[in-house]
Design a protein around this ligand. Structure first.
Ligand code: ZN
Length: 146
């Protein structure tokens, strides 16, 4: 196969196979453009539906699978709803005045304790003979961002 033939083959494979349509195909496996592919899907779906209605067994099967699918979807929906509600509640809680005050109070307390500790250490140092400070790097502050 020479290169021009290859090029021609590539070109035809890329345009819709429906006569009179020059749209580019979607995907490498379909020889149809988006519109015609959708039409074909719809037709297949209708055919399938008709076939299913013709047979009780198949109808039952499809109802069962539909119910199972629906149940699965509902479960997913509930799970995500629950997640959403929890996230909202958490956000609400974090933004509530009570929690903010509690966090601020906690931060203040930690700070005050630290200041007190430092002052006590200073007093101790002044009273005792000086010795090496081994307590460095042992400060822990809790910061609350506003
Ligand atoms: Zn087309």
């Amino acid at each position: 196969m020479d290169s021009s033939m290859l090029e021609a083959a590539r070109k035809t494979s890329k345009t819709c196979q429906i006569e009179g349509c020059h749209e580019i195909t979607v995907g490498s496996r379909t020889a149809l453009c988006r519109k015609h592919r959708n039409n074909r899907y719809k037709q297949n779906y209708k055919k399938k539906k008709r076939r299913a209605q013709g047979s009780d067994e198949m109808q039952n099967e499809s109802i069962e699978s539909q119910l199972a699918e629906e149940k699965c979807l509902m479960e997913q929906k509930y799970a995500s709803m629950l997640q959403q509600v929890l996230a909202e509640k958490q956000l609400e809680l974090l933004q509530s005045e009570k929690v903010i005050q509690a966090l601020r109070a906690h931060q203040k307390k930690v700070k005050e304790n630290k200041i007190k500790e430092i002052q006590e250490r200073k007093v101790k140092k002044e009273q005792e003979p000086p010795k090496e400070d081994t307590d460095q790097g042992n400060t822990h502050y809790v910061y609350f961002q506003e």
